[in-house]
Design a binder for this molecule. Structure first.
Ligand code: AMP
Length: 128
């Protein structure tokens, strides 16, 4: 680790000062929905739907690609199992929901820690 950055093997850098890293370290609060050893979910501070939850891994991963290529199988299953638990917990399964993972500048990713947006609780507008 150099300063607040951890160098990855594909020449990318994880910035440990990002807001979700601070939430994981409990330096700033969040409205927790559920968590397990490998992941946690909390309500988005600026919801885009009646229900808008963010699911993040607890490890230092920048985006979906980085997570899928570098996380252990336990981290990956812990993350996606928690996604299913959240959907059940919030009663989203019957009528459906949307998963979004913004990636990079073209994907308009603002927080450079991998996260899934889980949106639902009402009929959603079209994709973009
Ligand atoms: P993205 O554009 O995919 O990187 O989305 C980042 C999301 O993080 C946005 O929907 C923000 O509203 C949300 N966000 C930023 N800061 C916080 C925070 N402190 N607690 C909860 N959600 C946050």
């Amino acid at each position: 680790m150099v300063g607040g950055y951890i160098k990855m093997n594909n020449n990318t850098h994880y910035d440990t000062s990002n807001i979700f890293a601070k939430i994981i370290r409990k330096e700033i609060p969040c409205q927790l929905v559920l968590e397990n050893e490998f992941a946690m979910a909390f309500y988005d501070i600026a919801p885009k739907a009646l229900i808008h939850v963010l699911l993040i891994p607890k490890g230092n991963f920048i985006n979906a690609h980085h997570f899928h290529d570098n996380a252990s199988l336990e981290e990956i299953s812990g993350f996606y199992r928690l996604q299913s638990s959240i959907v059940e917990h919030l009663g989203l399964n019957e009528k459906g929901y949307r998963l979004i993972s913004n990636t990079g500048s073209h994907g308009r990713q603002e927080v450079l820690h991998y996260h899934l947006h889980i949106l639902g609780g009402e009929p959603l507008s079209c994709m973009l």
